[in-house]
Design a protein around this ligand. Structure first.
Ligand SMILES: Nc1ncnc2c1ncn2[C@@H]1O[C@H](COP(=O)(O)OP(=O)(O)OP(=O)(O)O)[C@@H](O)[C@H]1O
Ligand SMILES: [Mg+2]
Length: 303
């Protein structure tokens, strides 16, 4: 019912103000010349992983959706991918359809250095995509970690033990800049910031970049901004286009050329507990996430 309603709205919005006959724009939505990202070559060997945090303290911007679908798309290109659920809400675990109770979770690994991280890794329905799940227990981690020695480096120590088996590790952060997110940033080689194309989206990004800079100064000198991924973009609204223009003005080439359109297929795929790239492989959104995967490989963010 709900999905039908949203589609009705998009039909009424269909008066397009683009020039007629310009269906295939020669510039991409970010205003740069449209680029094709080449099909990546298969890897001859695997690991050690490059670790990437999907991070934005604003809620509901597409962190989890991007972790799932970028992860699945990279796995589709033969990369070995480990997704880490680092949000007590456990949306990543639910979205990939794995159990989160009576299993070892990321919380257990943070709390006990003697637990073997390999015991926490679960396979997903997607070949090549594994996950370390989380559940609500993780919300207690902030309290437990406060008194730990080197409390910002605990996740880094956990992931070091599994890094050799993967080409990329994607950490799905919670919407906050607390100790868990600082742990994720400290463990990471790079950060990918999903950014919803709506007006207030820009407000928090300066603070997030400041946080990344602090982590670089104090904890992890090597951390890089891998990119900003515009999500929930609707090319038919002037608002979406204006926001994207401002994001590109502010962050230039950090903004990935690929943008993710707004579509009701994502909620549908979440309910099914599978990536959209499996749920509807020929859907525009699946193509977009495969392009994000290729763009990340071309940029060198993923092997
Ligand atoms: N491109 C899109 N078009 C439409 N809906 C989307 C899109 N991407 C994600 N969604 C939906 O928006 C909601 C929020 O997405 P998601 O959970 O990925 O965001 P998040 O940043 O991880 O949120 P949180 O901060 O709560 O962890 C979900 O219901 C998801 O299905
Ligand atoms: Mg999330």
């Amino acid at each position: 019912m709900g999905a039908g309603r949203i589609e009705d709205i998009s039909v009424t919005r269909k008066q397009d103000d683009r020039l007629p006959g310009l269906d295939e724009p020669i510039v991409g939505p970010t205003g740069r010349p449209k680029q094709e990202f080449a099909e990546p070559k298969p890897l001859k060997s695997h690991g050690p992983a490059r670790i990437i945090s999907l991070c934005n303290q604003k809620g509901g911007v597409g962190k989890t959706t991007t972790t799932i679908n970028l992860g699945a798309a990279l796995a589709g290109y033969g990369r070995r991918v480990l997704a880490v659920d680092f949000d007590p809400q456990g949306a990543l675990s639910a979205g990939l359809g794995v159990p989160t109770h009576e299993v070892t979770t990321i919380y257990d690994l943070l709390l006990s250095g003697s637990k073997d991280p390999l015991d926490a890794i679960q396979k997903t329905a997607v070949d090549g995509l594994d996950i370390i799940p989380a559940n609500i227990d993780l919300s207690a981690a902030e309290v437990h970690l406060v008194n730990e020695v080197a409390r910002e480096q605990i996740l880094a120590r956990v992931l070091r033990k599994v890094s050799a088996d993967y080409d990329v590790i994607l950490i799905d952060c919670q919407p906050s800049l607390g100790i868990l997110t600082v742990n994720a940033l400290t463990a990471s080689h790079g950060v990918l910031i999903p950014l919803e194309c709506e007006f207030f989206a820009l407000r928090g990004v300066a603070l997030l970049i400041e946080t990344i800079d602090k982590v670089r100064d104090r904890l992890n000198p090597a951390i890089e901004l891998d990119g900003i991924l515009a999500t929930m973009y609707d090319s038919r609204t002037l608002h979406s286009r204006e926001v994207l223009e401002r994001v590109v003005d502010a962050f230039g080439d950090s903004v990935l050329e690929t943008v993710i359109g707004r579509t009701v297929k994502f909620p549908d795929a979440s309910v099914a507990g599978v990536p959209i790239t499996d749920f509807a492989p020929e859907h525009a959104a699946s193509k977009a996430y495969r392009q994000v995967a290729r763009e990340m490989i071309v940029r060198g963010a993923v092997a």
